[in-house]
Write a protein that binds this ligand. Structure first.
Ligand SMILES: [Zn+2]
Length: 184
């Protein structure tokens, strides 16, 4: 397993360095727990200096850009059979020197995620985090295999959703067996 750690994030970012690779899902244990894949996760991370036009408050600060693509096999939330999740992530990070500065960054910033410079950056952990965020645990097939639904007592209906097929209750069965007093 190759070492996928950026030890000096600030130097990496300031030097606009770039790393790219293909990482098998099996090397990403937290993802592999719920997903499998025939093809590896393709990724690329690049350093940058954030420009004023991108974020005035971070202008001149070191940043990172991550791109990743993966094609994972995960369980369908409706029929539980494997479904394919095509994942594309493009994420930018702003590098802070201290934990305090990173903690002070707004949590609702959907452009940049904070990264602390003094720690090294474990790319496998980063890839895991991003993949786990990107795969919707409630994701379902566009149309589930009918036989898989049938095994779960579900029947497909028009809109691609399934409903629970009502099984006759034990009371109904008994009532039908018992001769009605009104008869005869
Ligand atoms: Zn399904």
């Amino acid at each position: 397993m190759a070492d996928l750690t950026i030890t000096d994030i600030t130097a990496f970012g300031r030097g606009k360095q770039m790393l790219a690779g293909s990482t098998p899902v099996g090397e990403l244990p937290r993802v592999a727990a719920d997903a499998s894949a025939d093809s590896p996760v393709e990724w690329r991370i690049e350093g940058e200096i954030i420009e004023r036009g991108d974020a005035p408050e971070y202008s001149g600060q070191v940043g990172l850009r991550l791109q990743l693509t993966a094609s994972l096999s995960v369980a369908c939330a409706r029929c539980l059979e494997p479904r394919r999740a095509e994942v594309t992530v493009e994420r930018r990070y702003v590098v802070f020197e201290t934990d305090e500065a990173a903690d002070a960054a707004p949590l609702d910033d959907d452009r940049f995620d904070p990264v602390v410079a003094r720690r090294s950056l474990d790319l496998r952990e980063l890839l895991e985090d991003e993949l786990l965020l990107a795969v919707d645990p409630a994701g379902v097939h566009e149309s589930c295999p009918p036989e898989a639904l049938a095994r779960l007592g579900l029947v497909p209906v028009d809109e691609g959703v399934a409903r629970i097929e009502e099984a006759p209750s034990a009371f109904d069965v008994l009532r039908n067996l018992r001769p009605s007093r009104d008869e005869g």
